[in-house]
Design a protein around this ligand. Structure first.
Ligand code: ATP
Length: 345
């Protein structure tokens, strides 16, 4: 069932189209991630859905109801900001229960709800703590509990984990996924971190300059990128120029079958993920190992191919599978031609 519908939504700031004629539906219980570089319009889209920004054109519906011009506090959405925006003069219980108090609920009821919410975010017994006495991760969870207090139909999260270090970030991602499962949350999450997008999103909408470049599952985005921008933005990739011949694509890495429907002479880009390439003593193309970085579980290698390309390669270090080479050595690279994605724009 569709919960949120965004239809032909646009917003300009002066000459800049921050959000440019966007359409998207979000299903109830779905988690959609907006991923894109700084300034591409992610926050503006989120803020319009939350009611903090007025669209120039278009329509936003929640459960079928047009909410485009309904004030933020009357929408059944709630937004959690990167900065948490906690009230420093209130303690944890005061922060989490703020919206419930505003709504005029009885004290005992609020206390019970706040207790349950703090349980949910693993902050049992933190009611009387001051905000200044909390770690970054704890503040983040207080903000999450507060955002959940009014039981929003749609939870909007703007870079929710941006301020956390890597391990806390992973822990909190797991926490969010658990909460989502328990509460059946529908979430719209803004991030510019592609790993986070893959972990948290049922679908990812990759944005550039106010538009969606591609909307799809993490697997679709990664394995079937629609264009160079998506391929380059989501994960490491090698982009190699090629040109369509009679039936084949000719490139510095060799000749490959061309997909149907591409006219002779069409310029294409071949995208090849580093993990799809193996380094060895035989293969399709030869080159010189320029550098390698051993990261424990994986090793990153850079190979200058004799055909002119420099390729990034990723090897997993499980067991004795990988062979060691020294920078400067001649190596061969091998890959399955089916791992190549042919991109036309
Ligand atoms: P970031 O990841 O850096 O937060 P973003 O993708 O969320 O970026 P937005 O904050 O939505 O991007 O901004 C989109 C564009 O609109 C940018 O060019 C930005 O400078 C511009 N913009 C956003 N808010 C305003 C504003 N209040 N006044 C003028 N321009 C704005």
């Amino acid at each position: 069932m569709v919960l949120l519908q965004v239809q032909s939504l646009s917003k300009r700031f002066g000459e800049t189209p921050a959000v440019d004629d966007l359409n998207i539906d979000i299903d109830s219980g779905e988690s959609l991630v907006l991923l894109g570089p700084s300034g591409c319009g992610k926050s503006t889209l989120l803020r319009m859905i939350a009611g903090f920004e007025t669209p120039d054109r278009g329509c936003i519906r929640l459960s079928g109801q047009d909410i485009t011009h309904i004030p933020a506090h009357q929408r059944q959405t709630n937004m959690m900001f990167q900065s948490y925006a906690l009230f420093p003069h209130l303690d944890v219980a005061g922060n989490v229960g703020f919206g419930l108090k505003q709504a005029g609920l009885a004290r005992a009821h609020i206390a019970k709800e706040v207790g349950a919410l703090l349980d949910l975010v693993s902050l049992q017994g933190f009611q009387r703590r001051r905000i200044s006495e909390l770690s970054g991760g704890q503040r983040q969870r207080v903000a999450l509990a507060r955002a959940l207090a009014r039981k929003p139909k749609l939870l909007l999260l703007d870079e929710p984990l941006g301020a956390l270090d890597k391990s806390l970030r992973m822990e909190t991602q797991a926490e969010l996924l658990r909460l989502r499962q328990t509460l059946g949350l529908t979430m719209l999450i803004v991030t510019h971190d592609q790993d986070e997008a893959m972990v948290l999103g049922d679908r990812i909408a990759v944005m550039r300059a106010g538009r969606f470049e591609q909307v799809g599952t993490p697997r679709e985005i990664y394995e079937e990128p629609a264009n160079r921008f998506v391929a380059g933005f989501c994960g490491e990739t090698n982009l190699i120029e090629g040109v369509v011949g009679w039936n084949e694509i000719v490139s510095s890495l060799g000749t490959f079958y061309a997909p149907r429907g591409l006219a002779k002479g069409t310029k294409v880009t071949l995208a090849l993920r580093p993990e799809a390439i193996r380094v060895g003593t035989t293969g399709r193309v030869s080159g010189t190992l320029q550098a390698q970085a051993y990261l424990g579980d994986i090793t990153y290698l850079t190979v200058a191919c004799n055909g002119g390309e420099t390729l990034k390669v990723m090897q997993t270090n499980a067991g004795s599978a990988s062979t060691e080479f020294k920078p400067g050595s001649q190596v061969w690279l091998d890959f399955d031609g089916r791992a190549l994605r042919v991109l036309t724009d």
